[in-house]
Design a binder for this molecule. Sequence first.
Ligand code: AMP
Length: 173
Amino acid sequence: MLTRLESAIRTIPDFPKPGVQFKDITPILANPELFLEAIELLKTPYSSADVTHVVGMESRGFWFGAALAERLAAGFIPARKLGKLPGPTIQEEYELEYGTDGLEIHSDVLGPGNRVIIHDDVIATGGTAAAASRLVKRTGAEVVGFSFFVDLTFLKGKDKLPEGVPFRAVIEV
Ligand code: AMP
């Protein structure tokens, strides 16, 4: 099944800009059997972790993230680019290749006692996931794990994340 999932990921060269080998997971979403299996594999490492919330990053982290939260009987929290959430927010900036970008969550959704998984479809340089982790910590909640479908290991994104927190990726490239 892992082989089927791997072969369903479509690599699009030079998207969204030259030099990027874009990992497109939408063929998995479109196939009910593969979608279900993907969520099961994302869930397994955290099924006994008493997760209260999954934070998913805009926008491709919403797809598996919300389904994973439902399967873990946890809540789902979208971490969005600046200016997209309607309520009061807390924000973190992170470095891009050129310049910086920002991520925010609603400020009233997490707090002490919450146990949070941070999810995205792909981890590349790790800057986005690290910013999401800082946001969660500022609320007083605990990050109990990082969850990705694909880890682009050659970019060493994992090294940007806090040590000692479980890190799981279904597929390593
Ligand atoms: P990062 O560099 O880890 O902060 O990744 C930035 C965002 O872009 C994350 O949401 C990743 O999922 C996405 N991303 C980066 N590189 C790729 C890629 N090659 N294919 C698909 N998504 C990517």
